[in-house]
Design a protein around this ligand. Structure first.
Ligand SMILES: [Zn+2]
Ligand SMILES: [Zn+2]
Length: 268
């Protein structure tokens, strides 16, 4: 989960995401609109019987915040919570994905994050393996790992029974930030870039002053980073709807959407 604004636990329930799912919370920065949902979601998870660990990462200050909001109300969660103040670089690695961070440009320490899935092995076809006379067992395992095997005198390449590997997805989250070179580098080749698009293009002076981006700047970042999709978010309340903002961004980067509450997007 990228950031945890006020009321997140309610949206989490409506979206039926499941309070016991494997997850980490990645906090961009210590402004109220990005962290005030943490106490609520921790209480809801505990109440709903979460048993899995939860890790919460963020820039310096996040550990103190979580400690304060749990200890002062004598909250004893039913599951282990681990917090870590993190900096730029690779901050987590699992068997299926890595998380990288880079400093954004917002006036206070603010991290942009990329979630990078590992490539997944291609699908194995047992029927084809049987047809080729390969007995079930260790040889199947080797083929699934992409290795060639020998059956009698015949050498059989993995490509005969395993589809090509599937590319893992990359999702980058950069909110709140002015246009930033480090974010372009972090976002390189993202399948989805979620970016600050607080203001219309004619308010670039205001965006710079408040440490945010215009939608045109966000679209330019998407283009420069060779991202495949852009989701704009963090719109200023001065705009009644996002139609004009979306049109401005699409003129620069056509594959742009305006993120909405409870919206979803399928990435191929
Ligand atoms: Zn902020
Ligand atoms: Zn904000």
């Amino acid at each position: 989960m990228f950031d945890c604004g006020e009321g997140t636990q309610k949206q989490f329930l409506i979206a039926k995401l499941g309070f016991n799912r494997e997850m980490r919370i990645l906090i961009s920065h210590m402004h109220a609109d990005h962290i005030l949902g943490i106490p609520g979601i921790l209480h809801s998870m505990s109440f709903m019987g979460r048993s899995r660990d939860l890790e919460i990462y963020g820039p310096p200050g996040i550990c103190d915040f979580v400690k304060c909001t749990t200890e002062t109300v004598k909250f004893r969660p039913m599951f282990p919570i681990r917090t870590a103040d993190v900096h730029a670089g690779t901050i987590a690695k699992t068997d299926s994905y890595a998380i990288k961070a880079a400093w954004a440009d917002h006036g206070v320490p603010c991290l942009a994050y990329s979630l990078i899935e590992n490539d997944k092995p291609g699908r194995f076809h047992p029927a084809k393996a049987r047809e080729l006379g390969i007995p079930k067992g260790p040889l199947w395992k080797m083929l699934q790992m992409g290795k060639a095997v020998k059956v009698g005198r015949k050498r059989i390449d993995a490509s005969k029974v395993v589809d090509p590997s599937r590319r893992g997805l990359k999702i980058t989250y950069a909110v709140d930030t002015r246009p930033c070179k480090r974010v372009i580098e972090l976002a390189s080749g993202s399948d989805l870039l979620i970016h600050d698009g607080m203001f219309s293009s004619d308010a670039s002076e205001r965006a710079r002053e408040y440490g945010h981006s215009t939608v045109a700047q966000a679209a330019t970042i998407a283009r420069k980073s060779h991202s495949r999709n852009l989701a704009l978010t963090h719109f200023s309340a001065i705009y009644e709807d996002t139609k004009q903002l979306l049109a401005e961004a699409k003129a620069i980067f056509p594959r742009t959407m305006a993120a909405e509450d409870l919206g979803s997007l399928e990435l191929p």
